[in-house]
Design a protein around this ligand. Structure first.
Ligand code: AMP
Ligand code: ZN
Length: 122
């Protein structure tokens, strides 16, 4: 890791939420992941599931991250259940890069639900 990468992790807002340095509306806290409400919700339920450790985005995921990624998905299901949307369905989204509108460079899984959604996404 070079100095610039180390600095960007130090400045990462989602690392700060994971460490408790920055406040968030946390809905679930597990071994490798936490889940909190998106500050700009796009649906009645809009929760972000993030790894506690800094991974920039889904394209950086490696086999060694398997346990973390599985926990992200099981946490998403738990969130859907506690939000009461498990039966009706919900959308899971990883944005990667500029064309997808990826803004925060710390891996996060959007859990979106509570309304019907269109496809394809905009
Ligand atoms: P993405 O476009 O996939 O990078 O999504 C980043 C998401 O993070 C957006 O939906 C933002 O509304 C959300 N977000 C940014 N800062 C915060 C924050 N401090 N707390 C909660 N959600 C945030
Ligand atoms: Zn981070």
């Amino acid at each position: 890791m070079n100095e610039q990468q180390a600095q960007s992790i130090q400045d990462c807002i989602f690392c700060k939420i994971a460490s408790g340095e920055m406040p968030a509306d946390i809905v679930s806290s597990n071994t490798h992941t936490i889940a909190f409400r998106d500050i700009n919700p796009q649906a009645p339920t809009h929760v972000l599931v993030i790894p506690r450790t800094h991974i920039e985005h889904a394209a950086d995921v490696e086999p060694g991250h398997a346990e973390i990624i599985i926990e992200m998905l099981t946490t998403a299901r738990e969130v859907a259940a506690s939000e009461g949307i498990l039966a009706k369905g919900y959308r899971l989204v990883f944005n990667v890069g500029d064309d997808a509108g990826n803004l925060v460079p710390h891996l996060h899984l959007h859990v979106i639900g509570g309304r019907t959604m269109s496809w394809p996404p905009g």
